[in-house]
Design a binder for this molecule. Structure first.
Ligand code: GLU
Length: 306
């Protein structure tokens, strides 16, 4: 079966180095297997994701030499499709309206031990139709999906075996926000499945999303993809890079470096090259191998220190 990979950025700002690393490895893995590499713009929240940012991301990807195949998909145009899949969950009796405010959620939820994630306490799980009708008068609800007390396991290309009990470690999660916007967890599964994506490469911050996504794949009758969650980039103080590190966004990096310098430094940080010498992305394809990618956080290459 042909490999179909993808890069799925949320255009709430300019790409930063972490996004570039993710795009690079998704591209290299797909190309190494003679596969296709798709681009999807995750602009579900259209208010926070203007088209101008999506255009910049595409311009930056071309500058980096990370060419994608085919049409670009915009999640903001696909609400009707997500609705069809939400209806499948609804028909199975898995959805319920949740009226909890953010403050109520934090007050009632048990924090997850390892990563601070809050697990929904189930406050709205058992509301009667009368209670729902009453609450609707004052508040638009979000929609949650009821998860089973079930362990979901998978083998990640970087981290190996990963397992999570959905009820204990995740809890019922939101598939549609109270303003009608569909949630990332639902949209990402529907889009990857419908576009034939069978290899998902993304940051390790999303590792714990994979079990609930795999469970959704099964609910829809789809086969889950292979996952590869990348170690995160951190600065020399061990702090993970974020969109707030504006000095490392592509707008400024493009003024200071060539694409080959950016790619070469990231390839070295990720264990794909011995030194940070400039190199074009396509030149890394033939030697790409997941076994080279380390499991620890990656240090920001020296050339990017200001
Ligand atoms: N849109 C997400 C992000 O930019 C990535 C989602 C995914 O790759 O599954 O962080």
């Amino acid at each position: 079966m042909q490999t179909i990979g993808r890069f799925a950025p949320s255009p709430s700002g300019r790409m930063h180095l972490g996004n570039v690393l993710c795009a690079l490895l998704a591209y290299l893995s797909a190309r190494r297997q003679n596969g296709r590499f798709l681009l999807r713009i995750e602009d579900l929240d259209a208010m926070r994701c203007p088209r101008s940012f999506a255009d910049l991301i595409m311009d930056d990807l071309r500058w980096l030499g990370l060419e994608w195949d085919g049409e670009v998909l915009y999640q903001s145009e696909r609400a009707a499709i997500y609705e069809r899949y939400a209806a499948i969950l609804r028909d199975k009796g898995l959805l319920y309206p949740c009226f909890c405010s953010r403050a109520a959620l934090h007050a009632a939820s048990a924090p997850h031990l390892s990563d601070g994630r809050v697990i929904y306490a189930g406050t709205c799980r058992g509301l009667t139709p009368e209670q729902i009708a009453e609450k609707r008068k004052t508040r638009a609800p979000a929609t949650r999906v009821r998860v089973p007390d079930e362990v979901v396991r998978f083998t990640d290309a970087v981290w190996g075996e990963y397992a999570e009990n959905l009820a204990e470690e995740c809890g019922d999660f939101i598939v549609q926000r109270s303003d009608g916007v569909f949630a990332y967890q639902l949209a990402v599964v529907v889009d990857d499945a419908l576009t034939g994506v069978n290899e998902v490469v993304r940051g390790a911050d999303l590792l714990s999303s994979a079990p609930r996504q795999i469970w959704l794949y099964r609910q829809f009758g789809f086969t889950p993809p292979r996952f590869a969650h990348l170690p995160l980039l951190c600065d020399h103080d061990g702090r993970r890079l974020s969109k707030r590190d504006e000095d490392l966004d592509l707008g400024l990096l493009r003024q200071r470096f060539t694409p080959e310098q950016v790619i070469g430094a990231l390839a070295c940080a990720a264990g794909l090259a011995d030194g940070p010498e400039p190199i074009a992305a396509y030149e890394l394809i033939s030697a790409f191998d997941w076994s080279k990618i380390p499991r620890h956080d990656l240090f920001l290459p020296d050339i990017f220190r200001s």
